[in-house]
Design a protein around this ligand. Structure first.
Ligand SMILES: Nc1nc2c(ncn2[C@@H]2O[C@H](COP(=O)(O)OP(=O)(O)O)[C@@H](O)[C@H]2O)c(=O)[nH]1
Ligand SMILES: [Mg+2]
Length: 392
């Protein structure tokens, strides 16, 4: 890409320079009013400065529609770039003499929308890491999609390089980039592992406050009880807030399943024994601060006594990578088997899934995508996640 600066007395003059110099494919990155010449600001002249860019390839192509030179005009007061003026670069102006005002406005709106897309695409490329500028456009697009879904830069770069070298080495070329990318990501995400049925199996959800453990437990309970006709029981140890128990009791009542409320760790054994005959026991845990060592020690003791067959670390897709790392690192010593991701509906992108699954090598299980119980949950679908990450 080539970026150049133009200074002229008026915006139309600057635009004419851009068009003659860079051609019709140029886009305007920035316009500003500047003072030129004079001594210490005295007698300086107000000028319009325009930054314009063009793809290298487009730059070498001569402009098929040369612009007639603009007649010199006296200096004019400050002008803000108007959409109509911006649109004069790269796209021919509508034939004003024949078009009605409505048609002209419609055409202008389309041109402005086109300009916005072009500028966004250019800015995306401008913000790519330096190494990426040498990649072919297909791989630059792939990298942009990965980065904007939240995949970390080194991981994203490594992924793209791997796809690229596979394309170059194993034949097929760049045309196969999309297929290879999908295949690699599916492999890296692995298969989802939902709850495994088995009499008396204990399934526990752990994770920070507010990520959606209780809501998810209710969704899972409904799914297992209603769709899979399983006899289930619920246990909660989240007794720090009265509302937390009430929340789960409401769901238990609706589903007609028993709920054991455990206030002290010593009550846990008896509660488990009472429900052992059930197909599955779902356990909600207290959302205590993962940064508080005392809280984590309490939770650890509780989990030891529980001896769950499957423990799911519940993580919200709205959390940032650094926070997520701190949370996972705090929960690692407690032992968890799978990730369960919530709030897909609120997340900017699912890149966090990729980052955590790759780093901690734990399988996916479920994804929740809304507040509605019981419908907003599904077994994690690696194909859907892949599609979302690759921006397809
Ligand atoms: N948008 C959205 N909100 C969710 C989702 N899952 C849970 N929530 C909401 O997150 C909030 C906290 O949920 P809760 O189950 O009490 O979290 P807990 O503290 O981990 O038990 C509630 O307002 C839920 O409705 C989800 O998938 N999407
Ligand atoms: Mg809760």
């Amino acid at each position: 890409m080539r970026i150049k600066k133009y200074v002229a007395r008026t915006l139309p003059e600057a635009m004419a320079q851009v068009k003659t110099d860079l051609g019709s494919d140029a886009v305007i990155l920035h316009t500003a009013e500047v003072k030129v010449g004079g001594w210490f600001g005295l007698f300086s002249q107000r000028m319009i400065q325009v930054m314009a860019a063009v793809e290298q390839e487009a730059f070498t192509r001569p402009d098929p529609r040369p612009v007639p030179a603009q007649p010199a005009r006296p200096p004019q007061p400050a002008q803000r770039p108007q959409p109509a003026q911006l649109a004069t670069v790269g796209i021919a102006p509508p034939p004003a003499a024949t078009a009605t005002t409505a048609e002209a406005n419609g055409a202008l709106a389309t041109q402005v929308a086109d300009m916005k897309i072009m500028i966004t695409e250019l800015m995306d490329r401008v913000s790519l890491p330096p190494d990426a500028r040498r990649l072919e456009p297909e791989f630059q697009h792939m990298l942009t999609a990965l980065l904007s879904s939240g995949v970390l830069e080194p991981e994203a770069m490594a992924f793209v390089q791997k796809v690229r070298s596979a394309c170059l080495k194993e034949g097929g070329g760049i045309a196969e980039a999309g297929d290879r990318a999908r295949a690699l990501m599916l492999k890296q995400l692995g298969t989802a592992q939902p709850v495994e049925p088995g009499r008396g199996r204990v399934v526990a959800l752990v994770g920070p406050t507010g990520v959606g453990k209780t809501t998810t437990l209710a969704k899972l309970a409904a799914h297992l009880a209603l769709q899979r006709q399983m006899q289930i029981a619920l246990i909660t140890a989240d007794t720090y807030r009265v509302a937390a128990v009430d929340q789960l009791r409401t769901y238990a009542d609706i589903l007609g399943v028993p709920l054991e409320v455990v206030y002290e760790e010593c009550e846990l054994g008896a509660a488990l024994e009472r429900q052992r005959h059930r197909d599955m026991i779902l356990v909600d845990t207290a959302g205590r601060s993962p940064h508080n060592q005392e809280h984590m020690a309490e939770l650890n003791t509780y989990l030891q006594t529980l001896g769950a067959d499957e423990t799911y670390l519940v993580m919200s897709l709205t959390s940032g990578y650094r926070d997520a790392l701190r949370v996972v690192d705090n929960y690692l010593p407690l032992g968890f088997d799978r990730f369960l991701f919530t709030k897909w509906d609120e997340a900017a992108g699912p890149g966090l899934i990729y980052n955590l699954v790759r780093k901690y090598k734990r399988p996916l299980s479920y994804i929740t995508n809304g507040q509605s119980v019981p419908e907003d949950i599904e077994v994690a679908d690696p194909a859907k996640i892949t599609q979302a990450i690759l921006g397809e």
